[in-house]
Design a protein around this ligand. Structure first.
Ligand SMILES: [Zn+2]
Length: 238
């Protein structure tokens, strides 16, 4: 357990419960690491504290849902803004707000099921840790990517897998490929995408590059043949 986690704590009475964020999360320093990493760890610390307090019976189910739901909404917006800020944008426009609302609507559904589960079957601290990471790496990452795509869709990004991780055949095929961000997104090819064999286990990254486009996503010719077949079959069915 990190110091950060230990220092996050709940205060308040039944009607008014709040969480004091860990000291180190108050903006400032850590300019060297990506802002998104800070956004993720703030969320994870909060999430783990909330689960711990719920398991200890110190917050009711509706309180836990309200706390997590507010924090997730804020963290999602933070992640979204992190991507905008990296591209010199500080204000959300209407489209950004629309994207965030979509994201939030989806997340709140997941959150309700999660809190139901928490209060029916419970979670061990280890399970809580891995859920915290999952929300950060999948959901907050999604919010970040949505913002990045809206501001930087025409830039080239290279797929790069991490040296430590094992690779699935999909990521092996994608490693080193360079495409515009909108091309990656329209194919739902991004780290931890459901389209990949490794799914949430994926440790790859998409990194902005000045290199020219290269590669054929997942199997070029074969894929387009398969698409054509589906097309022909569906035409015949009509
Ligand atoms: Zn991967």
């Amino acid at each position: 357990m990190s110091d950060q986690d230990r220092s996050a704590r709940f205060i308040g009475t039944d009607d008014d419960v709040a969480i004091i964020p860990p000291e180190s999360d108050t903006e400032s320093e850590t300019r060297a690491t990506k802002a998104l990493d800070g956004t993720k760890s703030t969320w994870m610390a909060f999430f783990k504290t909330a689960v711990r307090e719920a398991m200890a019976g110190r917050v009711t189910q509706p309180q836990a849902l309200a706390l997590l739901s507010n924090r997730l909404k804020r963290s999602g917006e933070d992640a979204y803004r992190d991507a905008l800020r990296e591209n010199g944008i500080t204000e959300l426009d209407e489209f950004d707000q629309f994207q965030l609302d979509q994201w939030d609507g989806e997340q709140q559904g997941y959150l309700r099921s999660f809190v139901d589960e928490l209060y029916s079957t419970g979670l061990t601290p280890e399970q809580a840790d891995s859920r915290a990471t999952l929300w950060a790496d999948k959901s907050l990452q999604d919010a970040y990517m949505a913002a990045l795509t809206s501001v930087d869709k025409n830039s080239n990004y290279m797929w790069k897998y991490s040296a430590e991780a094992k690779h699935c055949t999909d990521c092996e095929a994608l490693d080193g490929q360079v495409h515009r961000l909108k091309e990656w997104e329209s194919r739902d090819l991004r780290p931890k995408s459901d389209r990949l064999d490794c799914k949430l286990g994926c440790k790859c990254e998409l990194i902005k590059t000045t290199e020219a486009a290269k590669g054929r996503f997942l199997g070029g010719v074969l894929n387009s043949l398969r698409c054509n077949q589906v097309f022909i079959i569906s035409r015949m069915a009509v």
